[in-house]
Write a protein that binds this ligand. Structure first.
Ligand code: FE
Length: 396
């Protein structure tokens, strides 16, 4: 509220400054009046214009119209100028972008941060009483879960459709990607020659026996990876792959993606399957050891000669019972705009969804790659099958 007030105050000050300049210019150049008369007339004009602005709520309206051209000017008269977000993202840049959005539109953004499963559970419990307008989460599997558990509502926006390519949006308009990440092969540069790497499938060959580390199959990133193989290669082949990978694991899965890279640098295996942004996080960590690990890791995009590297997204959907639908849609248009995308994606070393925006220098240094071409909704739809097959394959 205070910030909102400050914005309005600033805006009024700006308008007064402008009127002062206009009045001064008119009287100095247009009319040859005496000094006293000039002052009296100036004051009357300023007072009148300020009263008209405040009375009509013009400052407020102008704030909304000042939204960058990337954002449409739709606005409901019944909605509050606020968007309430449930998010599992914990990045300063997200907040900086929300702040900019507030400055440009006058729409306040409130954020609740928690783990995605907790947020979905909370939405379910709150039902119609929820304050949340928008849910932001990583992995399309979770967005799909929110959709099938009837927690989202469809939304249509021409701007968003221009900003985000079709394959990165829900086919039924329930969610959109905000950033893209690839699940790649990370290798120790001084021990592995990247020319010996080719596909995810090849990691099941005997030469990689006890050389592969990867996190648990309870993690959704691996479930989505497995779902993509079911879609592309069929359930039987996907299961055979998982069994082969388990056979080549250097250890029972433990830890997160960063821990896998620490493990291979420490000599526990040579190869890790990880999401790209974790390499960026290591390299930019405040912990010297993590930077050292990051510097020893090479990035390999598998399956370039076949069906492409697995990609996933972080994304957002409008909650079914959110009240501030127009403001929430405006925010999504803003977050996918060219202006916001470079900040949004680069901050977490992810790939932008807006094709007009270049990835960060670090990501560009890894080169371009061919991604799997599958409808991302499928990863959610096949999640249960993937979990079942991963269990059957013995992937802990
Ligand atoms: Fe992650």
């Amino acid at each position: 509220m205070n910030r909102y007030r400050t914005i309005i105050d600033k805006n009024i000050t700006k308008h007064i400054d402008m009127i002062m300049i206009i009045s001064y210019t008119v009287f100095e150049n247009g009319y040859q009046l005496g000094g006293y008369m000039k002052k009296v007339l100036s004051l009357i004009i300023i007072a009148t214009m300020v009263l008209v602005m405040v009375g009509c709520g013009a400052t407020d309206e102008n704030m909304t119209r000042n939204v960058s051209s990337d954002v449409s000017d739709k606005k409901s008269t019944t909605e509050e100028k606020v968007v309430n977000i449930y998010t599992d993202r914990h990045y300063d840049t997200d907040q900086a972008l929300y702040d900019t959005f507030t400055l440009e539109t006058g729409i306040q953004v409130n954020v609740v941060k928690a783990k995605s499963d907790e947020l979905l559970e909370r939405l379910k419990i709150e039902g119609e009483d929820t304050e949340a307008d928008l849910i932001v989460t990583s992995d399309v599997g979770r967005l799909y879960r929110a959709q099938t558990e009837d927690l989202l509502k469809p939304f249509v926006s021409d701007k968003l459709q221009n900003n985000v390519p079709e394959h990165l949006r829900s086919t039924e308009d329930f969610w959109t990607a905000l950033t893209v990440r690839a699940r790649v092969i990370a290798y120790v540069k001084d021990r592995v020659d990247p020319s010996t790497l080719s596909t995810y499938e090849a990691l099941t060959e005997p030469e990689w026996s006890e050389k592969v580390v990867v996190r648990s199959s309870t993690n959704i990133y691996n479930q989505s990876l497995m779902a993509s193989f079911i879609e592309l290669n069929g359930a039987e082949n996907a299961k055979t792959w998982a069994e082969g990978l388990v056979k080549n694991m250097a250890r029972v899965p433990e830890g997160n993606d960063r821990d896998q890279m620490k493990a291979i640098v420490a000599g526990e295996g040579d190869i890790a399957i990880v999401n790209t942004y974790y390499i960026g996080k290591l390299l930019n960590s405040s912990d010297e050891y993590e930077v050292e690990v990051g510097e020893k890791i090479g990035v390999f995009f598998p399956n370039q000669e076949t069906n492409g590297t697995h990609i996933n997204i972080s994304g957002a959907g409008l909650t079914k019972y959110g009240k501030n639908t127009d403001s929430a849609t405006l925010l999504l248009e803003y977050l996918t705009s060219e202006k916001a995308q470079s900040d949004y994606a680069n901050a977490n070393y992810e790939y932008p969804v807006n094709a007009s925006v270049q990835p960060s220098e670090l990501l560009q240094s890894w080169g371009t790659f061919k991604a799997q071409e599958i409808d991302l909704s499928v990863l959610g739809a096949l999640n249960a099958d993937a979990v079942k097959l991963l269990n059957e394959a013995g992937w802990k």
